[in-house]
Design a protein around this ligand. Structure first.
Ligand code: BYC
Length: 472
């Protein structure tokens, strides 16, 4: 009886009911996940009705199912994109061979590490965002926050499914450990740097969903090329949800920019702080911070790990098949930048070890597109200010730039200049205190906080003033 009930609560397209060993593993894990969700998930809103989209199958109709739901009742399911009959491995030493339905023994450890690293980010982001509901700028934004949180929970389920289904006892241990690490905890932190940073306010949150979720897009797309077919199919479906997260980031930042420009024009001043806005200079500093910690997530410019992932057919390039080359890259080179003397130089490195940098290049080009749209909002108001992406070497903690201080405009600077100008480049305590001072909850239908413009349209054709989260 418990089994049948449980099955109903895990929508899936992996024939869970026919795999008793896996079912048992997930049955054991599920209450621990729920405990984690209640302890570390959105604080103060678990009993509220939220207008959520739930994935109940991978086809178009099943995927976009909207309705009111309390978050703990969200149907966290397991969905893989439909199999591609006859799919081949597209790159590396196994290029041309059939994709693997099971984990190849010799790559087991590496693959597990990749899946664990990916999986760890998902609960981490929920933990980082758990206090934000208390200061939401509108019901519309509150609902989007919760939509993202439950989907990150589902993405954790996706990785736990892979670990439990394909990695035996080690996999189950890793699944447990996912619920034990905590974002920002000194003793048991999350694996990657950006996921131990705080997301203390909504500007940080929009920047995070623009820049850090976009790392998710590029990493998932690379794993979606994997020769390990279940991983590829899982990531392909996760990518469909990721698009909404980046939409929230891009439009969120865009709406803050819009509101700031309106306040600047209305009051004929750059200093919109006293009018309840966030000045563009502060926004640039937040952008600098979130871009730099997200750029770190691509790893070192020169990485034998990355070369090994590729050669072994585990992690491809972004849109691997768009390349016209041999997809093995043994003789190719790629341009990588680094510091030489007191300047930044570019040099050619073996393309295999430069794969992290190539992915970072794809990512940065994509980041630039949104920044260009934000710039247009400012220009449309006739305001002379340009938001820019800082240089990739700015404020790095991982890779070739980590040992150096680089200014946002790409100069290697000495410690004295860094110390003197840090407050121009990164948010100061005073900036953070100002942003924090604006974070008052706005929970009346159709109302928005002073520092952000309303969206152009609502969710799923609902009006902007829809009751996206019902009052208690
Ligand atoms: N912080 O050769 P290296 C998402 C470690 S976001 C701390 O330079 P490699 C999401 C590295 O682990 C996407 N440690 O790099 C977004 C290695 O340690 P080991 C997440 C770091 O291995 C928003 C050592 O340094 N998915 O989904 O080529 C909300 C040397 O590594 C960092 C993935 O990342 C760092 N930033 O590449 C929710 C995909 N960077 O192994 C979700 C899976 C490096 O020597 N992960 N290190 O002990 C990977 O593909 C790779 O692990 C990385 C690193 C790209 C992260």
């Amino acid at each position: 009886m418990a089994t049948a009930d449980y099955l109903e609560r895990i929508p899936n397209n992996v024939d869970l009911k026919d795999n008793r060993r896996l079912l048992r593993a997930l049955e054991e894990w599920q209450p621990k996940f729920r405990d984690w969700w209640m302890e570390m998930g959105p604080e103060g809103f678990q009993a509220r009705d939220v207008y959520l989209r739930t994935a109940i199958s991978v086809d178009r109709d099943g995927w976009a199912h909207f309705g009111y739901l309390k978050m703990p009742e969200y149907r966290w399911g397991i969905f893989l994109a439909e199999p591609e009959p006859g799919r081949l491995i597209n790159f590396g030493d196994y290029k041309g061979q059939p994709a693997w339905p099971e984990v190849p023994g010799e790559h087991r450890g590496t693959l597990r590490r990749l899946i664990v690293t990916q999986g760890d980010t998902e609960p981490a982001s929920v933990e980082q965002q758990r206090h934000l509901g208390r200061t939401c700028p509108s019901l519309y934004d509150l609902r989007n926050l919760f939509q993202i949180n439950v989907e990150e929970g589902r993405h954790l389920w996706a990785m736990v499914y892979l670990l439990d289904a394909y990695f035996g006892r080690d996999g189950r241990e890793e699944s447990e450990a996912m619920l034990q690490r905590r974002s920002g905890d000194r003793d048991r932190p999350r694996i990657l740097g950006a996921f131990n940073e705080k997301t203390p306010d909504w500007l940080s949150y929009f920047m995070f969903t623009y820049f850090t979720d976009r790392d998710g897009k590029y990493q998932l797309a690379s794993l979606a090329e994997s020769g390990f077919d279940p991983l590829a199919r899982t990531c392909r479906f996760m990518l469909t949800e990721e698009a909404h997260h980046m939409f929230v980031g891009e439009t969120g930042v865009g709406r803050v920019v819009q509101r700031t420009c309106e306040l600047m024009r209305e009051h004929k001043t750059d200093d919109v702080r006293k009018h309840g806005g966030i000045d563009l200079v502060t926004m640039q500093k937040y952008l600098n911070f979130h871009f730099s910690v997200s750029v770190d997530l691509f790893g070192s410019e020169v990485s034998t790990n990355a070369a090994n992932f590729y050669t072994a057919g585990l992690k491809g390039r972004f849109e691997e098949t768009r390349y016209q080359d041999d997809h093995r890259l043994k003789d190719a080179t790629y341009r990588v930048s680094g510091v030489q003397g007191d300047g930044i130089v570019e040099r050619q490195e073996p393309a295999l070890t430069a794969l992290n940098e190539r992915l970072r290049d794809d990512y940065i080009a994509d980041c630039q597109r949104g920044v260009d749209r934000w710039k247009k909002i400012i220009a449309n108001h006739g305001i002379d200010f340009e938001l820019t992406l800082p240089h990739r070497g700015f404020h790095r903690a991982i890779g070739a730039f980590a040992a150096f201080k680089v200014s946002p405009d790409g100069r290697v600077v000495n410690q004295a200049e860094w110390d003197a100008r840090r407050s121009e480049w990164l948010p100061t305590e005073a900036d953070e205190a100002h942003v924090q001072s604006l974070m008052h909850p706005v929970v009346e239908r159709g109302q928005f906080a002073s520092w952000i413009a309303p969206p152009l349209r609502g969710i799923n054709s609902q009006p902007v003033d829809f009751e996206y989260v019902r009052s208690a």
